[in-house]
Design a protein around this ligand. Structure first.
Ligand SMILES: C[S@@+](CC[C@H](N)C(=O)[O-])C[C@H]1O[C@@H](n2cnc3c(N)ncnc32)[C@H](O)[C@@H]1O
Length: 393
């Protein structure tokens, strides 16, 4: 057994010391014991929400080989489910070196959008209750900014596991492709494939070694077995159906090469306070509860706390996890954490509206006025340093 780079979680009720928490973040690559916040506010459980996992697979897999289908749209390759695929051009005509050779024309249904209170959503994802976040330029810019927050909190590391040479990487739910582009740029010899249900946030200009495809990750993967050195899955709790998680993880395991790794990051959206100042009456806590309730029938927003067990159950050998407090603004007395909070503040101001708009107004039928009022109060509280608010990551 080889050790992964992330520190395991230990006891859930240690006193929280922000300086120790910072050490635990730095320890992502150093396998030192983590510090953890003392209070994780949750209805039914005192269990820690997950954070972030990486693991090593040492077992051989079956060699089932199902070639994916592709479409050519501009510079990107889009992968769509075979049952609705219409055959089109071979992507290799335009993108020599593409890791796959078959292409299909992207079905129109993936491109249609709907507007809700000024924000744009993919109609297919909404109609099929796959994903309820916006896919417009505003959201793409927010995800790019959020990537910068992650880079700070992860000490500028994109890949946590100790992989000597990356040859093929899969990014699940690539969004604006911020992570995938950085990986492709830093590893020019590596083929990076991103999959997302929505092509809308994909940039026009991507590195030659990055291919962005369209597919629903709730369906079985069509990638060949033993294919990737690393599978990256970040912020997918709102997109993977709650019943799909076990088979999603099995699919990831199947497509990993022996010795390959999966790296997962989820945010637990139940807001926490480092000094216990946030109560159920606060708008931030009301925002959290309603956001989670709005998606509860389809999505498991507590999946982060279960991933370690799920990955072990799926037969993965080295599973490590860590919880990192992601400050909602610059409240920390520690310089590094204050800078991270500062960097995250604008992102959070936008996130409070963009994540919750559709779920609260369309799924919980909250009036636009009540929604605006809740978001504005929550935004004020997020900026209030005395509340010391954070999301567990
Ligand atoms: C919150 S964004 C995260 C984007 C990116 N992983 C990051 O960390 O910046 C979630 C992304 O996952 C995509 N997504 C959600 N559910 C999906 C699914 N079932 N299949 C494919 N993509 C999905 C969404 O379209 C969106 O682009």
């Amino acid at each position: 057994m080889r050790l992964g780079p992330l520190s395991p979680l230990t006891g859930a009720h240690e006193a929280f010391d922000p300086r120790a928490a910072i050490q635990s973040e730095c320890a992502i690559a150093a396998v030192s014991p983590p510090a953890a916040p003392d209070r994780i506010h949750e209805n039914h459980s005192t269990q820690f929400p997950l954070s972030l996992l990486a693991l090593l697979v040492d077992t051989p897999f079956d060699t089932e080989n199902l070639p994916p289908l592709f479409d050519k749209t501009g510079q990107n390759a889009f992968h769509i489910p075979a049952d609705i695929a219409k055959f089109g051009h071979d992507i290799q005509e335009e993108r020599p070196g593409s890791p796959d050779s078959q292409t299909v024309e992207l079905d129109r249904q993936y491109l249609d959008t709907v507007f809700v209170q000024g924000r744009e959503y993919q109609k297919y994802a909404i109609d099929h209750r796959i994903y309820f976040g916006p896919i417009d330029d505003e959201e793409a810019e927010r995800l790019d900014a959020e990537q910068q927050v992650f880079q700070r909190i992860f000490d500028n590391r994109l890949v946590f596991p100790p992989i000597r040479r990356l040859r093929r990487v899969l990014d699940c739910g690539h969004g604006a492709a911020s992570w995938a582009i950085e990986v492709a740029n830093r590893h020019p010899d590596c083929d990076v494939i991103g999959v997302d249900i929505a092509p809308h946030m994909s940039p026009d200009d991507v590195p030659d070694n990055l291919w962005l495809q369209v597919d629903d990750l709730n369906r079985s993967f069509t990638f060949p077995s033993n294919h990737f050195d690393l599978v990256h899955s970040r912020l997918l709790a709102t997109g993977i159906h709650r019943t799909r998680w076990p088979s999603y993880i099995r699919d990831i395991v199947r497509v990993l090469k022996p010795g390959g790794w999966v790296q997962m990051v989820e945010v637990y959206h139940m807001v926490q306070s480092d000094n216990g100042a946030i109560t159920d009456q606060h708008a931030l806590r009301r925002w959290s509860r309603q956001y989670m309730r709005a998606l509860d029938d389809r999505k498991d927003l507590r999946i982060g706390s279960k991933l370690k067990t799920s990955l072990l159950e799926a037969g993965l050998e080295e599973v490590d996890s860590n919880m990192i407090p992601l400050p909602l603004s610059a409240w920390s007395t520690d310089r590094r954490m204050r800078a991270i909070g500062q960097c995250n503040s604008d992102n959070i101001q936008q996130l409070l509206r963009s994540l919750a708009l559709y779920p609260l107004t369309q799924r919980l039928h909250m009036s636009p006025e009540n929604f605006e009022s809740l978001v504005q109060q929550a935004q004020e509280e997020a900026r209030d340093p005395s509340l010391k608010a954070y999301f567990p990551l």
